[in-house]
Design a protein around this ligand. Structure first.
Ligand code: BGC
Length: 268
């Protein structure tokens, strides 16, 4: 099973493609449907079903990987900042498996991007601690140590100077407040210096749509840690979702009640 469908659920679009996990390439063109105005699990599941249908000729009924802009603890979403609040507490993995009639793995969107960069992109094969941040509507974060993902690092919500960090330093805030790259970089500096102090990473990778303009702001940052733009661009979420789905097959989560009914772990 080296081709798996990855689907990236974002605030404005839901995008999918079959991914060749040997190369990280798509085996067919990406297909995108706008995120429904009411982005609750039921409506999102309908869109995902359409994307699965779209690729019906290329894929069997194998597993699907889904990103979501929220932490996912053993298949459950404990809180959500930038999508419909009705996701909270839903056994999302079970819900999607029931709705889609196939094995589904949910993974945080930034964790997916981190997996993609460590497997195929800017942090490929890195032997130390990589922290990937995605700068977009919010700030997403992935921590990967020696290739192993430490999931759900919500460092976009660090409280800094009395603010939720993403409310000051996400790229959506730059746009909303009309900041220049140089002005925005002051906020990024405050953010990355703090994360650097807390975790002493070996490498920062900067993802999210704005990473294509990395040459306009990364040079303003003064950090001890190397900081580089992500390479996977808008493929990161889809590729990472497919990688997470493969990993869930190879290493089933023993604390996930869908995988192990004995687990009975209180997750929210
Ligand atoms: C969410 C994270 C997500 C990030 C980027 C944050 O608000 O809490 O889970 O990774 O936004 O979408």
């Amino acid at each position: 099973m080296s081709i798996i469908l990855g689907i990236d659920v974002g605030g404005s679009g839901i995008k999918g493609a079959p991914v060749d996990l040997e190369t990280g390439e798509f085996t067919a063109d990406r297909f995108r449907i706008p995120t429904p105005a009411k982005s609750n699990p039921k409506n999102v599941a309908k869109v995902i079903a359409k994307i699965i249908d779209h690729f019906a000729d290329e894929l069997d009924d194998g597993p699907v990987g889904l990103t979501i802009p929220a932490p996912v603890k053993h298949g459950v979403v404990p809180f959500i900042a930038n999508l419909h609040k009705s996701w909270v507490g839903v056994e999302a993995k079970k819900f999607f498996q029931d709705e889609l009639g196939r094995s589904a793995t949910l993974v945080n969107d930034a964790d997916a991007a981190g997996l993609a960069e460590v497997h195929f992109g800017a942090a490929k094969g890195h032997p130390g601690l990589v922290i990937l941040t995605t700068l977009g509507t919010g700030i997403g974060c992935a921590m990967i140590y020696r290739g192993v993902l430490i999931p759900n690092a919500e460092l976009g919500h660090l409280e800094l100077d009395g603010h939720d960090a993403e409310k000051r330093a996400a790229s959506s805030v730059k746009d909303k407040e009309g900041l220049s790259y140089e002005e925005w970089a002051v906020r990024l500096q405050r953010y990355y210096s703090h994360v650097e102090m807390l975790f002493s990473p070996d490498l920062f990778v900067v993802g999210g749509g704005v990473s294509k303009d990395a040459d306009k702001f990364l040079h303003y940052l003064d950090l001890r840690t190397p900081i580089v733009p992500a390479m996977m661009r808008n493929r990161a979420g889809i590729v990472g979702a497919a990688l997470a789905a493969k990993d869930a097959v190879d290493h089933p989560d023993p604390l996930d009640p869908v995988v192990n009914p004995e687990a009975n772990a209180p997750v929210v």
